[in-house]
Design a protein around this ligand. Structure first.
Ligand SMILES: NC(=O)C1=CN([C@@H]2O[C@H](COP(=O)(O)OP(=O)(O)OC[C@H]3O[C@@H](n4cnc5c(N)ncnc54)[C@H](O)[C@@H]3O)[C@@H](O)[C@H]2O)C=CC1
Ligand SMILES: O=C(O)CCC(=O)C(=O)O
Length: 413
């Protein structure tokens, strides 16, 4: 099943609870605009290379559209469309005054030098600068992009439109970025993991965690959970799974990642090195945190997952069929549109600061982030209890109801 079809299924499960008509479902699901562009650069070798870039603007009924930029080989129109629609429900669940969008380029950034990535980013901006802006559509980091890419993006966009740092978020802190944006998604994941396991009557020191992906989100979630006393027994990145039955030394893993030229765990010696796919098959896990690609938990591998709780730090990691199987097994899933909303929440704080030419302290960012995430969690928990539905369906119900209301108030439906 393709990614957008999967999000459509999750959408429909919630829309059934809300009794939404077929026409309105189509109107809410259909993206506002989809753009596909050619991105051509000259490589360091002197050869030309052609890539395909996308920006999908899904819905703007609640405000300017917001969502990250992904550089990854699997980026295509369908995946970008699915990710853009997730942004619409996500910004609504945490009640930010935004709609949803997503973009990216089908490329493996590990194959390019930093200067090639800079040229790629600038060429992409040349193609899409007219459709993004601080009041229309505001990009941010996602897989394969970071604060440096945001900085190049802003610089190129400003060549066309003049100074406006609020055109993009996730910028370097010394260049109009918000303190705490880099850690925000991982911190939000950590905060809600802690909250959920306590709600389920579990204790952090006895909760064995595995994290798939040790990039921005996975590594910050690991840091936060380690500080909260959770034993993290396994983490993985593209180079494999790293396991220690008594819990990994997370500070040492973080130091290793920082020292590695590509930020990888390759060569880490104080853990058992297992194949990539081993992480999902580990026994005696309590919490599994997919924090890499979408579509990784399927009907084929869901049966071998031992965790009682799955926290969707990645976007769309669980296929609908697997979602149903895990639900039947009694696994609690904290859905992506709530679990990983910390990133876009602090992006919103960054945008607000840029527009006011003001800077918040890290303490303030963290306090407001924790408040937003806790409030959204309580709203979703209450909705799930009231309607006897999963946390995913409850989160979608809240998101869809808010977007539906804004659409109706605008007189569009
Ligand atoms: N960066 C952000 O603020 C946000 C990111 N997300 C989602 O979180 C996920 C991760 O994003 P980032 O951490 O930003 O990306 P990243 O590019 O910083 O890191 C990705 C990590 O996943 C690893 N990885 C890739 N394929 C893998 C595989 N098959 N098995 C195990 N590990 C694999 C990579 O080696 C790397 O460690 C994505 O689904 C993204 O959409 C969601 C909300 C915000
Ligand atoms: O920070 C943002 O604006 C968007 C982050 C993002 O792409 C996501 O939440 O999936």
């Amino acid at each position: 099943m393709k990614a957008f079809e999967a999000t459509r299924l999750f959408f429909n499960q919630a829309a059934d609870q809300l009794d939404i008509s077929e026409e309105l479902r189509e109107a809410l699901l259909m993206p506002d605009r989809e753009v596909q562009v050619q991105v051509t650069i000259r490589l360091d070798s002197g050869k030309l290379a052609n890539f395909v870039g996308f920006r999908v603007q899904h819905d703007h009924s609640r405000g300017p559209m917001k969502g990250g930029l992904r550089y990854h080989t699997e980026v295509d129109l369908d995946e970008t469309r699915a990710l853009a629609s997730l942004m619409t429900w996500k910004t609504a669940v945490v009640n930010l005054p935004y709609g949803g969008a997503k973009g990216g380029i089908g490329v493996d950034p590990n194959d390019l030098s930093r200067s090639e990535i800079e040229r790629l980013t600038r060429a992409f901006v040349d193609q899409i600068h007219d459709i993004v802006g601080p009041d229309t559509d505001i990009p941010a980091p996602d897989m394969g992009t970071d604060h440096q890419v945001m900085s190049w993006f802003r610089n190129q966009w400003e060549k066309y439109h003049g100074f406006h740092p609020a055109v993009i978020t996730g910028k370097p802190v010394e260049e109009y970025g918000a303190k705490g944006r880099e850690e925000a998604t991982g911190r939000g994941v950590g905060t809600l993991t802690n909250k959920l396991i306590r709600r389920l009557g579990m204790a952090s020191e006895k909760t064995r965690v595995a994290i798939q992906g040790f990039g921005n989100v996975g590594s910050h979630a690991a840091k936060f959970l380690h500080e909260a006393q959770f034993p993290i027994v396994a983490v993985s990145d593209v180079t494999g799974t790293y396991y220690h039955q008594d819990g990994l030394n997370i500070p040492e893993l973080l130091r290793h990642k920082i020292a590695h030229p590509k930020g990888l765990l390759e060569g880490f010696e104080h853990a058992e090195h297992l194949p990539l796919e081993a992480l999902l098959k580990l026994d005696k896990l309590d919490v599994l945190i997919p924090a890499a690609l979408g579509g990784v938990i399927t009907t084929e591998n869901a049966g071998s997952i031992s965790a009682k709780v799955i926290i969707e730090a990645a976007n769309g990691p669980v296929h609908p069929g697997a979602d149903e199987m895990l639900h039947q097994k009694g696994v609690t899933i904290l859905p992506d549109i709530l679990a990983n909303a910390g990133g876009v929440t602090v992006s919103y704080f960054e945008w607000v600061q840029n527009r006011q030419h003001y800077r918040w302290s890290l303490d303030r960012v963290r306090q407001e982030l924790d408040h937003t995430m806790n409030q959204a969690f309580e709203d979703v928990w209450q909705m799930a209890s009231q309607h006897n539905v999963s946390l995913r369906t409850a989160a979608y119900m809240i998101g869809i109801a808010r977007v539906k209301r804004a659409t109706e108030l605008a007189g569009l439906a």
